[in-house]
Each structure stands twice: as C-alpha cells, then as structure tokens.
Write a protein that binds this ligand. Sequence first.
Ligand code: GLC
Length: 399
Amino acid sequence: MDIAREVKDLLERNRRITDGYQYTIPSEEHYPYQWLWDSCFHAIILAQYDPASARAELRALLSKQFKDGMVPHIIYWTPGILHLFRWGVEGTSSLTQPPMIAYAAWEVHRRSPDKAFLESIYPALLAYYRFLVEKRDPRDHHLIGIINPDESGEDNSPRFDAPLLAAHDISFKDHLALRTKLVEENTACNFDAELCMRKYFWVKDVLFNTVMVENLRSLGHIASFLKHEDGEHFATMHAELIAGAMREYLFADGVYWSAMGADYTPLRVATWAHFAPLFAGLYSPEEAETLVRGQLLNPETFYAPFGIRTVPKQEKAYRAEGYGGGFSWRGPVWMAPHWFIHRGLLRYGYKKEAADIRDKSAALLELSGFRECFNPETGEGQGAHGFTWGALVLDMRDE
Ligand code: GLC
C-alpha cells in the first residue's frame, strides 16, 4: 500500500467547505462534522504536504470559539446523521477535547513558517488556554478538570468507570445510558465547569493534563516568536505548574493515574494513559525505562501482536472487541495513542521501540485499512471506515 497516497486521497475525500471554512471530517460514515483533536491531527499531517489546508483547518476550528475562550469539541457545520449527543448549544457542542491546538499550530509553522498566520490565531489560542487554566481549575491547584469523559477523547475508557458509577463489564447500552444522563446533567448545570464538577463529574485526567503541559510549551514558543512576553510568561509558567501538580497529585507506584473529585481520589484502572506523560517528558529516564520495559513491551499487559492495547490484558475491563463491531476504548488499538507513544518514545531516545510502533501501525493499515480502531490480538478493524487517524502513520518518523 502506498500509505502517503492513500492518506492524501482520504483527507481529500473527507474535506468539506462550509460558510467559507475548510475542514476535514474524521469519517463520512460516522463523524460528518469537525472534531477538535481530530482537526489538530489533520493539521499536523497536512502540514507535511499542504500547509495552506493545515492552516485552514485550524482557522475553521477556532471560528466557533465561545466568548469565554472555550473551543468546542464538535462543530456541527451541516445537519448530519449523528443525533446521539447534541451537547447543548445549537451549532456546536459545549464540551472541549484534549487541547492539541497550540501544538498543531506550532507544528504547522515549523514546517512552513507563516508569521502572519500565527499572529492571526494567537489571541484565540491564548484565550483558549487561559479559559482552561482559569475556568477548569477553580481551586487553583494547577490541574485541569474535565466535566465529561468525552472531553478526554476516550469516551468509554474504563478509567472513567468509577466517576460514572459504571461496572467493569457494563454493556454498550447501559454505558450509553450513563453518558446520556451525564450530558443531561451537564446541560442542567449549563456546562459551567465549577458547578458541573462539584455536582456531577470532575476528573483530573492524565492525558488531558499531559496534552495541556506540552501545548502550553508550544504556546510559549509561539508567544516568544511573536514577542508577546506576557503570553510567553503565562504559558511557560503554567506548563511547569501543571507538570508539578501532576507529580504531586497524580503520580504513584511509578506511573501517573487520573484522579477524581475534590480530594483527588485516584482512578486505579491501568490504561495507555500511563504512557502519555512520555510525550511531555514527565517521567525521569529511569522511570521511563521501567515503564517501557515493564509495561509497554510486556505482552502480558499492553504489548499485543498488533499494537499497544488501550487497556492492558490484566484489567477486568479489558475487551479486545468493540461493542457489536463498533468502537471502544476498553482495549482496542487506536492510532492517536500510537502517535503519542511514538513521539514519547523518541523523546527518550527509544528509536527501535518507536520504529516498532510505526511498523505495527502501518501493518494495521495494510491489513484492515483506515478503520477507527483495531482488535489488538487479531488486527481486525472496528468501528468507522474511512477514518482519518490512520494518517498519523505519516508522522511517525525518526526525526
Ligand atoms: C470518537 C473518539 C473521539 C473522536 C471522535 C471523532 O468519538 O472517541 O476521540 O474525536 O470519535 O473522530
């Protein structure tokens, strides 16, 4: 398979233009709108061969920013098939997603410098990260809270079972009912973070906070490049404050765990999020070595024949299959986690191990095509077809 060719074709097929804004939908079949972190992944890939489209993608994503700085996780550009969750406000959702925007913007600029573009989106970027720091951390403890599992990007990950009061073997239908109830509760508290977190769902997620740290650093680079000293100070200071708070509140037994509530109750369900902090360099080299050898490359836990399980085999919640062939974050391999892990491994100098992740990712595309996720034991594709995340393989390079 000529992966580069297939990626270009798929991103072109999934390209849409509405009201003058150009964006890419994750999958025609299931996801006919614009999603936040998906668009950041698209921009990172497009930056390699079509920087104008990469910039357009980010511009479209920021076009529906709320007055308070929030960037919604879905923009319903056109009426579509997905009526399941209409998270609140007409036209967009009222939730957010892992804040990869500054990272993507800096990546686009790195490959194709464009100061005017950075200048044009800088106020929106700063407002978004300020919103997260101020509104999502009401107690000023330097950990960003999420008010719904969908904000983590991993909708039904078992690390949210405890806050959702879900059993480890919950059925798809029951899980959906719990999430629907939470969406109703989020609507009842008007998506106001402080209120929603106090009353319903409040998780300090490892992946979300890791992404925040690395993106604040990217924002710092952007601000420094544009000579916005205040913004640079804000970004670099909060990146380190969050990294410090993660160490203080989320680190135990050699790894980072998400936590919930006002008292930081640890959510002791192992998931691939243990590896996410490698992406932001939050483990010491010794800790990384123990984690990589003992967990990432351990066939009894995460290391499967077809990639890294999102939930390790020893967890009660582990399920290689998606529900009824659909998607699931309870075990299947996903390309975005592979991309984060690949970047993290390179950061620590694990070149051979990173190349292995890339090879396994490419092999999945060969075997099953551009599917939403994959059975880790058999490589069988699950969920949506024509799903764009396979494009991330193009960014898994040793550079
Ligand atoms: C699924 C994924 C989420 C993604 C969305 C659109 O809901 O869990 O992370 O953003 O699809 O691709």
